[in-house]
Structures are given as C-alpha cells and as structure tokens.
Design a protein around this ligand. Structure first.
Ligand code: ATP
Ligand code: MG
Length: 310
C-alpha cells in the first residue's frame, strides 16, 4: 500500500472546532484556522509518500508532530487541511478509513498503557475478532502473534496482562497489532524505556518483519536505530517537513540537524570530529564497525580489514 500525504495541516483546536460545527460551515472553518499562527498547528503543509515495502524512519524534536503525523496513517485523525490517500483513496471517507485500519497496524507510544482485557489471550484476540474472523483463525493469529514477540502461549494465555512486567506488556500489545497481520506497521518509539537486551530483540523483530515484506514506519529519538534500519528518514521540525532522504543524505548536514535539536548518529558525529582533525574518512555515513575499520586502516594496523558494508 502506498500512503500519500498531500499538503496535510492539522490543528487540534481546529479539529475540536470542526466537531462542533455543521459540515456546511467548512469554508468558515478554513478562514478561522487558515490564518492562525504557526503555534496552533501540530502539522503544517506536510507532503510525502510512504512507498510500498520501504522502511521509513521519522525523527524530530519533542512536540514536532511525529505522533500526530502517524495517527493520520490509519484515519485515526483526519487532516484539518489537505488529504491522506491510501492507494489513491481518501482516508477522510469512512469506508476507506475502516478498510485501511485493518491494513495499517498502529503501535502507540507506550502501548502497554492500552491493554484492557482480563487475559493476555483476549487482549491479543481483540483486533482479529473485530475483523470478524472465525474463532479458529483468531486462535491461529493469537498463537502466531505471541510467538513472534517471543512469548509463550501456554504460559501466558490465561494470565492477566496487568500482572506482567512492563517489557512483557509491551510485547503483548505488539502481538495484538501483529495478530491483525497488517501490511503496513506504524510504530511510535517502539523501544523507548526497554532494557538493552529487549531493545535489541525488538529491533531485530522489526527488522525481520520488514524483511518479510511489510512496510514499516518507525518514529524514534535514536538516530543510531534510524540510521541502521531506515531506507529513508523524514525529519519533522515544528510540524513541518525539515528533511527527507536516505540516512546518508539526512545526516550529511550535522549543523542543520543541530539547529532543529537533533544530531547525527554517534559514530557519524565522531567521524566528523576525526575528519576535522585530519583523518581521511571517505564514507557518507559511518556506523561503529565501519568507523573502527577505517580508523584502523588509517593508522596502518596490520589486522585492519575492509569490512563488508551494510
Ligand atoms: N491532544 C492534544 N491537544 C492539543 N494539542 C496537542 C495534543 N496532542 C499533541 N498536541 C500538540 O501538538 C504538537 C505535536 O505533538 P506530538 O505529540 O505529535 O509531538 P511528538 O513529535 O510526537 O513529540 P514527542 O517526541 O514528545 O512524542 C505539540 O505542540 C503538542 O503540544
Ligand atoms: Mg510522540
């Protein structure tokens, strides 16, 4: 599925006002909010496309509009101005939003806060049941969802999700979205607050899900994670698209990123310092391994080997 944002602007105040206003007053609303100061708009004139099968990272300072942006991707909120299209169909139409919601799985920030059922089973089964699947199919999906996130079906199916650890709760919430077998996975800071091992496991799972053909959109404050996983990175600043490109393109201008409260991934930032100190470091974007190898080569270390890139 191709998700296109066309000049999307979103104002929480405008959305609240819209709810109270009859449809025919649409033009009046535009006049009210079209001239509002920037501060009122959580998103401003956002245009980009999520291509089928890509891994799109989203970065931006706190309050830049990341969570607001991704909630547009399955019609949870609608643009105050502009359009979001799923394969050319407008998500503002109820029928389209309903359909797309089953294909675009949204995992919220701290999704464990949204667990609600009495048992792990019922929580994971909620989405598939809503899709009106047979109980056999629901059962298959609950088992598969839990297996994907590394939880034991037999041990946990009858447990209360509220008795689990925070990390386990995060997995249960994730399993609930995976059980809907969405074509597009949209993740809002999926590893925030996890311990290092759980982080690595989760990122590995996300990488595998993408490798299996899913489109992934991931919001993160970790430039290292975004650089390692993304095909392209969208950088938001104050509700606007500040940059959009490959990790190498986006992280090329460290000074510009710094101006919007971000930085390059740590190895790339260090490579910048080393270049300034006179090292010849030719790669466009360094990770720990490639940086170590190129420094070793520069210093003439006997064991220095050219690492395979990627
Ligand atoms: N429910 C709401 N009502 C009014 N304004 C809101 C609401 N939610 C968010 N905002 C405002 O919209 C802007 C964008 O918020 P958003 O949550 O999308 O940012 P974010 O980039 O996800 O931030 P963070 O990195 O902290 O999660 C902020 O100015 C925020 O204060
Ligand atoms: Mg957010």
């Amino acid at each position: 599925m191709r998700l296109s944002f066309e000049a999307v602007s979103y104002s929480y105040e405008g959305a609240a006002a819209e709810k109270k206003r009859p449809r025919s007053k649409r033009e009046a609303r535009r006049a009210d909010w079209g001239n509002a100061p920037d501060a009122l708009w959580a998103l401003l004139d956002v245009t980009f496309t999520v291509e089928p099968g890509e891994f799109l990272g989203i970065a931006g300072h706190t309050g830049s509009g990341k969570s607001t942006l991704i909630q547009h991707m399955n019609g949870l909120v609608h643009p105050t101005e502009g359009r979001v299209l799923a394969d050319g169909r407008d998500l503002a139409e109820k029928g389209v939003a309903h359909e797309v919601r089953q294909q675009v799985g949204l995992v919220f920030q701290y999704p464990e806060n949204q667990l609600f059922a009495n048992t792990v089973y019922d929580d994971v089964a909620f989405g598939p049941r809503n899709m009106k699947l047979s109980e056999d199919e629901v059962d298959r999906r609950v088992r598969e969802g839990l297996a994907l996130v590394g939880l034991s079906f037999d041990e946990l199916r009858d447990r209360s999700p509220f008795d689990l650890s925070g990390g386990q709760q995060r997995r249960v919430a994730f399993a609930g979205v995976l059980a809907m077998e969405p074509e597009v996975l949209v993740l809002d800071e999926p590893v925030a607050g996890l311990d290092p091992l759980s982080r690595e496991e989760f990122l590995g799972l996300i990488r595998d899900l993408h490798g299996g053909g899913r489109t992934v959109v991931m919001v993160s404050h970790s430039m290292e994670d975004l650089a390692a996983l993304s095909d392209r990175i969208l950088v938001l600043s104050e509700g606007r698209v500040f940059a959009l490109g490959t990790p190498a393109e986006v992280f090329a201008d460290a000074a510009a990123l710094k101006a919007v409260g971000l930085g390059a991934p740590a190895p790339e930032a260090f490579a910048g310092e080393l270049r300034a100190a006179g090292f010849a470091l030719p790669r466009a974007l360094y990770d720990e391994r490639t940086l170590a190898a190129d420094i070793a080569a520069q210093l003439g270390c006997a064991s220095a080997e050219e690492p395979s890139h990627g």
